[in-house]
Design a binder for this molecule. Sequence first.
Ligand SMILES: [Zn+2]
Length: 310
Amino acid sequence: MKFKHLVVLCIFIVLIGSFFACTKRGEEPSHMKKLKVITTLFPLYDMAKNIGADKAEVSLLLPPGVEAHSFEPKPSDIVKINEADVFVYTGKFMEPWADDVMKGTVNKNLIVVDASHGTKMIPGIFHDADEPVGSLDPHIWLDFDNAKIMVKNIVQAFQLQDSANKDFYEQKANDYSGKLTELDALYKKTLATCKDKEIVYGGHYAFGYLARRYGLKYLAAQGVSPDAEPTANDLIKLVEQIRKDKIKYVFYEELTSPKIAETIAGETKARMLLLNAAHNVSRDQVDQGISFFDILKRDLDNLTVGLSCQ
Ligand SMILES: [Zn+2]
């Protein structure tokens, strides 16, 4: 073969190779291209997945079972965020690292959604002396009006990034918000019937929004972040409260050892029930395809038992 022919053959092979490489990387025609969305916490993932449906490829940054408050992204996570169309995080009080990561992004196409934008935030209980002054409770998704604002923030980013499917996303977001309205009504109706009005939590202060919304008292062993262990004094206070108010159940949190709740239950006659704040899900729950609504319905079932509601 002459050298000229060899060069032509080589160019041909390279072109064929790059054609297949491109096809493999998923460079479909623009109308088939899915929105690449990265979310930090499970509620945001569930919202984005439902709004985007088959038009978005949504992923959760937290690996299954990982505790959300102490999570920090790895370099590979930062690369993933840089390659996305939309990045959704809860807000600066939940992901204090987000600001720095965003400053370092080079992807000019990326739309960053602070899901807390426009939500009504409340001060949390901080047992941690290092907490900066003015910090607010980051568990905004456990107030269903706030959750609807979060849905709105997400859908706006999808519509900006993919205006051809604006109406599709709008409809999906409305469906999701409608389900939140129904769930809120069910919580309101059920929790209004409870004989006991006090949630004692052997975990961190995650249910401040929910308790406030439905007129319940909320006592937690830890502050808004589960980093610091409760002091002996914190536990003694909870045990005394349970004895004084004859509280029958102590709730424990998801994805961590329930040892705090066990200690409290061991000192009293209280039994234990799960109250899942839905920050993240386990590997099994991922496999089962659990939704944010599934978690919240089970929580209401457990609150119904734990607080003697009808
Ligand atoms: Zn939390």
